[in-house]
Design a protein around this ligand. Structure first.
Ligand code: AQP
Length: 344
């Protein structure tokens, strides 16, 4: 198998209400990977408009995600941070991938089914084609590793299928790739740890989500310490004490979720948490979870709000990141145009 230089790519949609799930499932991973990899982190605003957005809110949400990245510890000087719409090559490669991906593949995507709901006829074409744009985001930089939450696993598999089909369809008769070399890597999802799918605080069967109408279902990164504490205290639980072993969490989604959040915030495992709090009173554990969450998130929220208000700084970061991303994207697209047979 051909090896490609390791490169990390991932994105977050600027759709408002950035929450603890986004933080634990994605952003903390982004921060950690900076130490070992070259990373590109994107505010995926083209994805955001697959559902209706108010322009002024979209602008503000793009700044919110950028500010959250930086407040959480992403260094935009050492790595690349930008918003997708500033690099037109994302849309160009997505079009080519629309012609590579098969209808049958996209018809299987569960996120489209969930987001379109019963009113499919009224969903945008963009929402349906969302996964081909996501494949383009990753493959435009020939990224090899993609940190995401569990909910994005299916889209990552589709990105691999698209890369494979592009390589098969276009390289077989190309003398430059005669020795079995491929053009696109098959990107690997990085989905690990105790909080790859953080659940709603009100309903342990639903994932924590920006679009949940109940603000109490999620902890927003912008929430202050009092709000965080109140939401955790109100979080749904069952009447039993915490178990002392992981098996005891089976069939108790709300307890499992809170234990997973505690484990992820300490960098430990659920077993560690149960070793500390198992068999004890749920309210003792909840108080400790409040303290821990406030300690970890509140300073990020404060810094995020400060940065978000500094439009000149945030917009400058995005512009600089876009310039660096565009250079790499343009180089890939020159080769892609040649491979496909376009004249340039
Ligand atoms: N609940 C979650 N637990 C763990 N990871 C999560 N992610 C999202 N929700 C959870 C991960 O966060 C990254 C950015 O997500 P996104 O904004 O691009 O899209 P999303 O998955 O659609 O986010 P939401 O919050 O659920 O938004 P809505 O309500 O609009 O659907 C991704 O890596 C995602 O896996």
């Amino acid at each position: 198998m051909q090896s490609f230089p390791q490169l990390v790519f991932s994105g977050v949609q600027p759709t408002g209400n950035l929450h603890l799930g986004n933080y634990l499932g994605a952003i903390t991973k982004f921060v950690a990977l900076q130490e070992t990899h070259e990373c590109i982190y994107c505010v995926v605003d083209l994805h955001a408009i697959t559902v209706a957005q108010k322009p002024a809110e979209l602008t503000s949400n793009i700044r919110e995600v950028t500010a959250a990245f930086i407040a959480a510890g992403i260094d935009p000087k050492k790595h690349v941070v930008f918003n997708q719409s500033q690099v037109a090559e994302h849309a160009e490669l997505a079009w080519i991938f629309n012609c590579v991906a098969r209808m049958g593949w996209l018809n299987r995507m569960t996120q489209f089914k969930e987001k379109a709901g019963k009113d499919r006829e009224n969903a945008s074409v963009g929402l349906y084609a969302y996964p081909t744009l996501m494949a383009a985001d990753i493959l435009l930089y020939r990224a090899t590793h993609v940190p995401v939450g569990e909910d994005q696993k299916q889209h990552l598999e589709l990105a691999r299928d698209i890369a494979q089909k592009f390589n098969n369809d276009f390289l077989a008769d190309n003398p430059e790739f005669a020795d079995g070399k491929t053009f696109f890597p098959l990107p690997e999802p990085l989905i690990q740890g105790p909080a790859t799918r953080v659940m709603s605080l009100r309903d342990g069967s639903k994932k924590m989500s920006k679009s949940d109408p109940s603000d109490n279902s999620r902890i927003n990164l912008a929430d202050d310490a009092d709000t965080i504490a109140q939401k955790i205290r109100k979080a749904k639980t069952d009447p039993d004490a915490l178990p002392s072993a992981i098996e005891g969490l089976a069939g108790r989604p709300e307890a499992d979720n809170l234990v997973g959040i505690y484990a992820a915030l300490t960098g430990g495992t659920k077993a560690d948490v149960l070793a500390q709090f198992g068999s004890g009173n749920f309210s003792t554990f909840k108080s400790a979870l409040v303290d821990l969450t406030v300690e970890k998130l509140a300073p990020i929220g404060v810094e995020m709000r400060r940065l978000q208000a500094d439009h000149a700084y945030i917009d400058g970061v995005l512009r600089d990141g876009a310039n660096r991303a565009r250079e790499r994207a343009a180089a890939t697209m020159m080769q892609v145009r040649d491979i496909v047979g376009f004249i340039r």
